[in-house]
Design a binder for this molecule. Structure first.
Ligand SMILES: Cc1cc2nc3c(=O)[nH]c(=O)nc-3n(C[C@H](O)[C@H](O)[C@H](O)COP(=O)(O)OP(=O)(O)OC[C@H]3O[C@@H](n4cnc5c(N)ncnc54)[C@H](O)[C@@H]3O)c2cc1C
Length: 360
């Protein structure tokens, strides 16, 4: 706030700008997965069968209709499931396009190259990959005030017995969103304050991280092989677009300003990364190239859009263009990366998908 960023008690409220607390999906002191919050309570339903440790590997077709899926069962056998109505693919932004490619749905040239019959050419499958990139300003603190020293037996026992204390923290408790240019329609940088440092060497420290919210760089997912158990080729192309550099650089400078302001600076012993000797843009860019990493928010590889858009994979009802009985419902359908964390928006996509399926 001392640097002109307003306090915002709710980033999901009327305005996203400012600094404040993050909301988290925590119940009874534990982070909740969708399996825990949605699936487990529904397990007793007679119309639900869950098969775990199965690896999906392809689709079954009846003409243009998707009639079921092929998968590898835990015993290594290949099995099939036939569907009465439709298949909903939710393997995420990395694996949903991989599975469509295995099934012959995707860019025809790439499929031919990999020896897969292009059954339904859709050039957008696996394209348009977007992800958030994160860079940290890491500092040692003078005193033991961070989570590093909180990882001790006393706090562990406290957490296990009461689900309270420092170890109940999700670490990313506070942060903010701001615009590196005043005329931007929305924030382009997210700030996450992490009260712990990775390479602690017995010390305490914190990370002031900068996330590039609206990257222009586009990557892609392709097949590396036709082995269903093989990971796909992931080319994120971070910072390939020159336009992504300026906001990220401005963000790292702002993170440094925050750590150096007396309000926080009084606790700082020294900056570990990028380090005091990095003073100019060139040095900071070299640091970004070496230290930036994903926030694990990949989206966009089965993008939603009208049939006229050659790069679109699903329509507004999440149905794969040109086929019947196949929808995709996960982060891959986002046409553009949202300016925030992706978990809650994907849950929203799933809830909306459920309504669409019921209404069909
Ligand atoms: C380490 C990490 C930390 C994150 N932290 C946050 C956070 O703090 N806040 C936030 O908002 N978001 C966070 N995210 C992002 C968030 O988890 C994702 O955006 C969200 O889970 C995406 O949902 P999805 O349904 O698209 O994909 P996923 O959640 O990845 O679900 C896809 C599922 O498909 C399964 N699958 C894939 N291929 C196959 C196959 N061939 N056969 C069978 N099953 C298959 C996978 O095992 C997985 O269970 C984080 C992600 C990671 C990885």
């Amino acid at each position: 706030m001392a640097l002109g960023l307003p306090y915002n008690p709710d980033f999901n409220g009327p305005s996203q700008d400012g600094v404040g607390p993050y909301q988290a999906t925590i119940a009874n002191g534990r982070r909740q997965s969708t399996a825990e919050a949605y699936l487990r309570p529904a397990l007793r339903r007679s119309n639900l069968t869950v098969r775990i440790h199965c690896h999906m590997m392809g689709l079954l077709y009846e003409g243009r209709r998707v009639a079921g899926v092929r998968y590898i069962a835990p015993d290594g056998d290949q099995r099939e499931v036939r569907v009465h109505r439709e298949v909903i693919l939710c393997a995420g932004a990395i694996n949903s396009p991989q599975l469509l490619l295995f099934a012959g749905i995707g860019p025809a040239d790439h499929l031919r190259q990999m020896g897969v019959l292009p059954r339904f050419p859709l050039p957008g499958v696996g394209q348009n990959l977007q992800d958030h990139l994160l860079v940290g300003v890491d500092c040692f603190t003078k005193d033991k005030v961070a989570l590093n020293s909180a990882y001790n037996w006393r706090n562990t026992v406290r957490y296990v017995l009461t689900k309270r204390g420092p170890l109940a923290s999700n670490a990313a408790e506070v942060g903010g969103f701001y615009r590196t240019q005043p005329d931007l329609p929305t924030p382009d940088i997210q700030f996450i304050f992490l009260p712990a440092i990775e390479e602690a060497h017995g010390r305490d420290g914190f990370k002031a991280t900068t996330v590039l919210l609206r990257p222009r760089s586009l990557g892609y997912i392709k097949l590396r092989s036709t082995d269903a158990l093989d990971a796909p080729l992931i080319q994120p192309n971070y910072l390939a677009d020159e336009a992504d550099w300026a906001p990220l650089l401005a963000g790292v400078k702002m993170a440094r300003q925050i750590t150096r302001h007396p309000a926080l600076g009084q606790y700082v012993e020294r900056e570990v990364y990028p380090g005091q000797n990095v003073v100019d843009d060139e040095g900071l860019m070299a640091y970004i190239r070496q230290a930036a990493h994903t926030v694990y928010h990949p989206v966009g590889t089965c993008k939603m859009g009208p049939a006229g858009d050659k790069t679109a994979v699903v329509d507004a009802q999440l149905r794969v263009h040109g086929l019947e009985g196949l929808r995709v419902a996960d982060a891959s359908i986002m046409p553009t990366l949202i300016g925030g964390n992706t978990n809650a928006p994907v849950i929203m996509i799933a809830e909306k998908a459920a309504e669409m399926i019921l209404g069909a």
